[in-house]
Design a protein around this ligand. Structure first.
Ligand code: MN
Length: 230
């Protein structure tokens, strides 16, 4: 088949650094899980046992790599951090079983689901979508990806530090929906594709990042995801 001729320059394919190699992981979509740690669900005013997982998205090109310096986002006065384990899908599929789910994983990274909390609160109050609260430019900070043989899920602590102060500190085992369950459930809603990322939800302790501050997400065994807001 002939190469298509585009009427404008084709957009650059977003991609992520991979730990230990110069080769990169090409990105497609970013799916995010809401309320996946009980204490965070409670801090946002919800019963953690009441609901199946739900999802929102960010554009693939909202990714910011660790170490980036970003502008304070427009139209907000309440930029929040959300420390999250990020799953990278290497093998696509639909209606994936829980038992087979981890075979679809390429690897994992630490991530920060940056959120315009004031816009999210307004959207919730008006029963409107969260897109502009969650899917804005440079809203997905993701550290270098680590290859995971057999999709083995990282274990241990997930922490978020703002200028060195611990804001979030939890164990990955506290997730309500584990990685395999998230993949199985999400793949019943959409066909997952290689290059998709899943941000798996944040523990309690979300809060603001002010101008001039540096926010670092650390997960045991993974590279950190750091961002500075100027
Ligand atoms: Mn989140």
């Amino acid at each position: 088949m002939a190469e298509p001729v585009f009427v404008i320059p084709a957009p650059e394919l977003p991609s992520l650094a991979v730990a230990g190699t110069v080769a990169r992981f090409p990105l497609r979509r970013i799916f995010c899980v809401g309320r996946n740690y009980a204490e965070h669900a409670r801090e946002m005013g919800h019963d953690p046992n009441a609901e199946p997982p739900f999802f929102f998205t960010k554009p693939g090109d909202a990714v910011v790599e660790s170490g980036a310096v970003i502008a304070y986002p427009p139209q907000t006065r309440d930029l929040h951090h959300e420390a999250e384990l990020v799953v990278a899908i290497g093998v696509g599929g639909a209606d994936i079983s829980v038992a087979a789910a981890l075979d679809h994983v390429w690897g994992y990274a630490a991530g920060n689901d940056l959120t315009r909390r004031d816009l999210q609160a307004a959207a919730k109050a008006a029963r409107r979508p969260w897109d502009m609260a969650k899917g804005f430019d440079q809203s997905a900070v993701v550290g270098a990806l680590h290859r995971a043989a057999g999709g083995a899920v990282p274990q241990g602590r997930i922490r978020c530090l703002v200028d060195g102060e611990i804001r979030q500190d939890a164990d990955l085992a506290e997730m309500i929906w584990p990685v395999a369950g998230i993949i199985a459930y999400l793949s019943g809603l959409v066909t997952l594709q290689p290059g998709d990322l899943i941000m798996t939800g944040t523990p309690a302790g979300v809060g603001p990042i002010a101008q001039g501050q540096t926010c670092v997400v650390e997960i045991d065994g993974l590279s950190p995801a750091s961002v500075t807001v100027r």
